[in-house]
Structure formats: structure tokens, C-alpha cells
Design a binder for this molecule. Structure first.
Ligand SMILES: NC(=O)C1=CN([C@@H]2O[C@H](COP(=O)(O)OP(=O)(O)OC[C@H]3O[C@@H](n4cnc5c(N)ncnc54)[C@H](O)[C@@H]3O)[C@@H](O)[C@H]2O)C=CC1
Ligand SMILES: O=C(O)C1=N[C@H](C(=O)O)C[C@H](O)C1
Length: 255
């Protein structure tokens, strides 16, 4: 047993944080420190050895899309459960993670595009509304230091909406645009237009705008502070050891 493990109060889940000096990672370290049933045993950032997190039972990753897969591979190989908020998870990446987990069926991984409870509900409501409206567009707004566009949340929402539209037999949304400045109509994610706004003063916000004859429906969620993500992160940290395999999204944990 290492010195760090010896200091952990009896029964507390040993948690390591990757990206610990980042905006989210620092918030997660504070949240773990403040929880009686969790113990922060490693705070790892760029340049540190991943082995510093080897004594953790659960690792939380808020790093960058270009390093998260290597981190996850390491966790799974080490038998460490993982809770991942980092964006960039394509279908191909999720399949890769499932493949790694097949060799370690004792390990749990939770990957969530958004840990805000309100954001999870916003995505569920959007998926439910999708079949009733012929038009839909997503507008996400974030702080200007965000590296990826569109956001993981917007991409995930677009996929859910597209799937619900397909199941309802809806075709493409009407759009007569013939002459377009590139980008003016946003990104096309599975046939759903997604617009990404970046501005100082914003944190993380999203609107899903639905339209049909004579009416529109707007479903909006706002995160004003990164503490909004912490109840979801801690929920996943507490649950992941009992959920072997891959869990995508917080929905199953909330239910
Ligand atoms: N799922 C969710 O609810 C949320 C997800 N995010 C996502 O989380 C990620 C991080 O966001 P922020 O904290 O705002 O970014 P950030 O840039 O503030 O933090 C990233 C941190 O990771 C560190 N890092 C880079 N390479 C590393 C490595 N190999 N090992 C360990 N640490 C490394 C960086 O030095 C930095 O401190 C982004 O992908 C963002 O979209 C952000 C907020 C909520
Ligand atoms: O980078 C962020 O800040 C956020 N990233 C996640 C995303 O891309 O969806 C979650 C939230 O929107 C904040």
C-alpha cells in the first residue's frame, strides 16, 4: 500500500483526476475534496506521469480530445474505472473503447458529453420533441477558450434528434438555400444543422429550435458556472465501479 492510500479515510473511493490544472479538472478536484465518501489520491496534468494515478480506483478525465484515448487505454489496462467528460467521442472511438473493455470485463467506463443534469434533460426533451416538428436547428454558445466546435453536447443532441426523426419517417428539414457563404448554414451533423457561437462572458449554453406550421418550440439550457457539472460527475464516480463495460451519457445513471 502506498503512503497516499494509507492516508485515505476508511471506505472512501480513491479518485484520480487527469487534466487537474484545467478549468474542469480543478473544479473536479475541489468537488472530490469536499465529498466525505471520496478521496483525491492523484491530480495529474500535462507532463506528469500517468502512473501517479495508479493507486486510484476511479479516474476522472477532463483533458483534450487528442490525449483522452491514450489515457483511457491506460486506465483500462490498469484495471482503473474511468469517468470521462472530455469531448471528441465519435462512434469509431466508442467502438475502440468497447474493444478494450472486452479484454477487461471487470472495468467500468462512463463517457458523458455533458454532466449537467439540466443539459441531460434538455437532450432528452429534444429527442422526445423531434418527431413532431419538420424543422430543427441547434445553436450552441460557449466561452472562446473552447478548442472544439461544435460542442460534444450539440453533436450528441444532433445525433439523438436525427435518430428520432429517422424513426418517425421524417425526411430532411425544408431549406431552399441555393446561394450560401460557406458556414452560413452551420455544420451538418447527421442532417441536423448546428451553429457554434464563441464569445467572452459565455460558459456553456444550447438551444434546440424546432419549427412546424405556425409554431416553434425552443428548448434551452444554460450552464453559468462549472459547479453545474459536479453533481453529475460525482454521481458517475460513485456509480462506475458497479457498472462494468461502457456507459454513454448520464441518462442510465439518473434513472
Ligand atoms: N462532459 C462535460 O460535462 C464537460 C466537458 N468538458 C470538456 O472537457 C474537456 C476539458 O475542458 P476544460 O477543462 O475547459 O479544458 P482546459 O484546457 O481548461 O483543461 C484541459 C487540461 O488538460 C491538461 N492536459 C493536456 N494533456 C494532458 C495529458 N496528457 N495528461 C493530463 N492532463 C493533460 C491540460 O494541461 C489542461 O490543464 C474539453 O474537451 C471540454 O469540452 C467541459 C465541460 C463540461
Ligand atoms: O468546453 C466546455 O466548456 C464544455 N464542453 C462540453 C461540450 O463540448 O459539450 C460540455 C459543455 O458544453 C461545456
Amino acid at each position: 500500500m502506498t503512503d497516499e492510500q494509507e492516508k485515505v479515510p476508511g471506505g472512501a473511493v480513491r479518485v484520480g483526476v487527469l487534466g487537474a490544472r484545467g478549468r474542469m479538472g480543478a473544479e473536479v478536484c475541489r468537488a472530490v475534496d469536499g465529498a466525505d465518501d471520496l478521496a483525491l489520491v492523484a491530480a495529474v496534468d500535462q507532463g506528469d506521469e500517468l502512473s501517479a494515478a495508479a493507486s486510484a480506483e476511479v479516474v476522472v478525465d477532463f483533458t483534450t480530445p487528442d490525449v483522452v484515448m491514450d489515457n483511457l487505454r491506460w486506465c483500462i489496462d490498469q484495471g482503473v474505472h474511468a469517468v470521462v467528460g472530455t469531448t471528441g467521442f465519435t462512434g469509431q472511438r466508442l467502438e475502440q473503447v468497447r474493444g478494450w473493455l472486452a479484454a477487461r470485463p471487470d472495468v467500468g467506463v462512463v463517457i458523458a458529453p455533458n454532466f449537467g443534469i439540466g443539459a441531460v434533460l434538455m437532450m432528452q426533451f429534444a429527442a422526445r420533441a423531434a418527431r413532431h416538428f419538420e424543422s430543427v436547428e441547434i445553436i450552441e454558445q460557449h466561452h472562446p477558450r473552447k478548442l472544439d466546435a461544435p460542442s460534444g453536447t450539440a453533436t450528441h443532441t444532433a445525433r439523438l434528434v436525427a435518430q428520432a426523426r429517422a424513426e418517425a419517417g421524417l425526411g430532411p428539414a425544408p431549406d431552399a438555400t441555393k446561394d450560401e457563404v460557406p458556414g452560413a448554414r452551420g455544420a451538418d451533423i447527421d442532417g441536423v444543422r448546428v451553429h457554434a457561437v464563441r464569445a467572452t462572458g459565455l460558459l456553456a449554453h444550447q438551444e434546440v429550435l424546432f419549427g412546424t406550421l405556425g409554431e416553434t418550440l425552443t428548448i434551452r439550457h444554460d450552464s453559468y458556472d462549472r459547479v453545474s457539472f459536479m453533481p453529475g460527475v460525482l454521481l458517475a464516480v460513485r456509480a462506475v465501479r458497479q457498472r462494468p463495460g461502457l456507459t454513454v451519457g448520464l441518462d442510465a445513471l439518473l434513472d
